[in-house]
Design a protein around this ligand. Sequence first.
Ligand SMILES: *[C@@H]1O[C@H](CO)[C@@H](O)[C@H](O)[C@H]1NC(C)=O
Ligand SMILES: *[C@@H]1O[C@H](CO)[C@@H](O)[C@H](O)[C@H]1NC(C)=O
Ligand SMILES: *[C@@H]1O[C@H](CO)[C@@H](O)[C@H](O)[C@H]1NC(C)=O
Ligand SMILES: [Cu+2]
Length: 257
Amino acid sequence: MQLSVILALVLLVYGVEAHFTFSHLLVNNTQFSAWKYVRDVALGTDSFEAYPNHPEWNKTFPQFDLASLDLRCGRSAYKPSPKTLTADIVAGSPIGFRIAQNWPWDDFSARIQHPGPGQVYLAKAPKGVSVAEWDGDGVWFKVAYAGPVSDTKWTLQNGVDFNFTIPHTTPPGTYLMRVEMIYPNVLPETLGTQFYVNCAQVNILGPGGGTPKDFARFPGAYTKDTPGVKMDEAAFGPPLNRNLNRYPIPGPAIWTG
Ligand SMILES: *[C@@H]1O[C@H](CO)[C@@H](O)[C@H](O)[C@H]1NC(C)=O
Ligand SMILES: *[C@@H]1O[C@H](CO)[C@@H](O)[C@H](O)[C@H]1NC(C)=O
Ligand SMILES: *[C@@H]1O[C@H](CO)[C@@H](O)[C@H](O)[C@H]1NC(C)=O
Ligand SMILES: [Cu+2]
């Protein structure tokens, strides 16, 4: 590979627009303020980045460690925080997560630039435990997947939203709702596949009647050998987008109600 190509790839991986947090919940066609219903995350440090030392920027640094508790809800966000509120959402109505966009420097317009899929999981708070006080140490089922729209294009890439609908028959109750965007990555210059993870606290309203199945735990759902986390660069190597319809979806099957 030519040096200029390697440099371009490295910039694509480390570029300032690259990182993000899903800090806004979208409910009833409304964007709620950052970290109102989404659990706030701790600051990170990223040796690859040399950008202004702004707290919201430091929150964007991704997860790499598949065994870390931080893979559950983002950096230190498995710890409940009294400042996070719980949003009432109606099962079957359109909802979403939106990334943080208000940055203190001019040339920054945040978008989900990395190639890769998004997924949403739900975990019901145990009986008698308020979701606001729960660390999410339970079983999670998948309710949404945003994969490739074509062989060369991902649904989420270059946008700011991950919109979806949870099944109408989801059992009512309080849940942690975990969003992840996965940037599958095999470049030797990087630390590996990146996870952008956040969790909202939601109270699901609706008729219920469905029986969720195919559960996973976080951490634990993925290993370094999970297809879709571990990439075969020969098949389709991010950051290049090609043969995306062959992307193997990591984790359990999606539950549609
Ligand atoms: C996601 O939903 C919001 C309404 O909550 C809407 O304003 C926005 O345009 C949608 N985004 C996409 C990419 O469809
Ligand atoms: C924020 O990230 C930068 C870049 O990695 C790092 O130098 C700095 O120490 C971090 N700040 C805090 C408060 O963690
Ligand atoms: C969304 O609308 C429903 C009524 O349709 C309401 O019960 C709920 O509180 C609203 N959620 C939020 C977060 O405003
Ligand atoms: Cu990034």
